[in-house]
Each structure stands twice: as C-alpha cells, then as structure tokens.
Design a protein around this ligand. Sequence first.
Ligand code: PEP
Length: 257
Amino acid sequence: MNRRYRKTIIAGNWKMNNTLSQTKAFAEEIKPIMPKGKWCNVVLCVPATNIQAAVRLFKDCHIAIGAETCHELDHGAYTGEITAAMIKEAGAKYVIIGHSERRQYYNETDFTVNKKVHAAIETGLIPIICVGESLEQRELGVTMELIAYQVKCALANVAPENARHVVIAYEPLWAIGTGKTATAEQAGEVCQAIRTVIRKQYGAHVARSVTIQYGGSMNAKNAEELLAQPDVDGGLIGGAALKPADFVKIIEAANQE
Ligand code: PEP
C-alpha cells in the first residue's frame, strides 16, 4: 500500500449470494464491529436487486456499494441486462467490470470490457477492472504480457483524467475461490507491472494515483502480508466478504498504521 498517493480499497464481491433479508442481517452484524480506522475505503459489490437497500443499510458504517457488472450500452432491447445509469441511480458508486466469471461464463472479452469501462466512466461510476491469468498461462510464462494486454485493452481511449480514478484488480484465475492464494511476491510483482503499463501510457502522475487491488482467496490470515506489498492497494474479496467477521479482519489489516 502507498497511502500517500492513492486510496486503499477493500471491496467485497458477493457474486450470486445474499438475498435482501440476508443483506439486512449482514448489515446488522457488521455495524457493531466495523473498524473506525481512517485509512481504507470499504466497498461491497452486491447483486443488483440489493443495491438500493444496501446503500441505505450500509451508509452508517461508511461502506460504499458497487454492482457486479453493467451493460456497455445505455438502453435497448437486452432482456435481463442493467445499464450503468440504472446502477448509478440506485445509489452505487462502483461497478466490477470483466470479472473472470463474466469472461468465462458470459463471453465477456477485452473488447466488451473496454466498452463497459467507458459506460461506467461516462455515468460517473468507478470501474473495478479485473485482469488475471490462468494457471496454464502462468506456467507458459506469459503472465506479464497477458496482463499488460488486458490492462491496455481495458483502458483504450480512456482519458488520463479518468484513468487516474479507475481501480484495477489483479485476480489470478487459479486463486479465485480455490483457497490457493498468490504469494505476496507474486501479487506484488504483477501489481507493480500493471502500474508500469499505466505509467508508460499515462505518465507517473496517473500511475501513482491508481488503486491496484489483489484478489484471489484473500482472507484474514494472508491479507496483511499481501497488503504490505507497495503496489497492492487493497483487495477484491469473494468468499471472505460473505462473513462480516472475516471481512472486518481484512479491513483491519488494511487500516493498520
Ligand atoms: C473474486 O471473486 O473476485 C474473488 C477474489 O473470490 P475469492 O476471494 O473467493 O477467491
């Protein structure tokens, strides 16, 4: 983390979990144990049906709300889809874009990710852009090239004044939901490489402002070590964001002086 230049952001990704009543129960449970620390911003990305209620329920404990995806267009005949403006009007501040599960199950490509990033920015949402390599790609030794490509595609035609506000989440596919975490060195190395890509494209000022998270089985035990890496500015957390006590421990790790 480097709090001098950029925000530390701990974001939960609930995926397809938690009904409205479960969201209310989560809020009741987390409120009394929510750390008061001033360092880290906390976000919960929740199912679209819960956004409006979650904004109200988590306001008191300063947890901002995000969506888990959005459509790239601003309206149209796309049954079941949700626009960035709908998410924004529901009160969310963030939207996850290009999560590996969206890329894998819903055919999202680097091209659609770029369009969605533009839709989010134009609407005033902060995109949390996910990039990451598979185990096969890591073993082939192409991780850095692949991540650079994904980041460049995601940010294509994004103006510097907007690029500095995006969040990038490095999520190695082999670590998501597997209980297998990247080592702190692996996470730090890739997050540093992402910053280098941004520096080459936008210059040092933008590069040092961008929050780069690590995601992939981050939990109460490994958070501190991962967050100690200078280019790891937070986490995108799946499983451990479903239990208030576990999520709070990660926030505490990010809040340490
Ligand atoms: C994720 O889904 O973005 C994620 C990192 O999940 P988990 O923490 O469960 O690996």
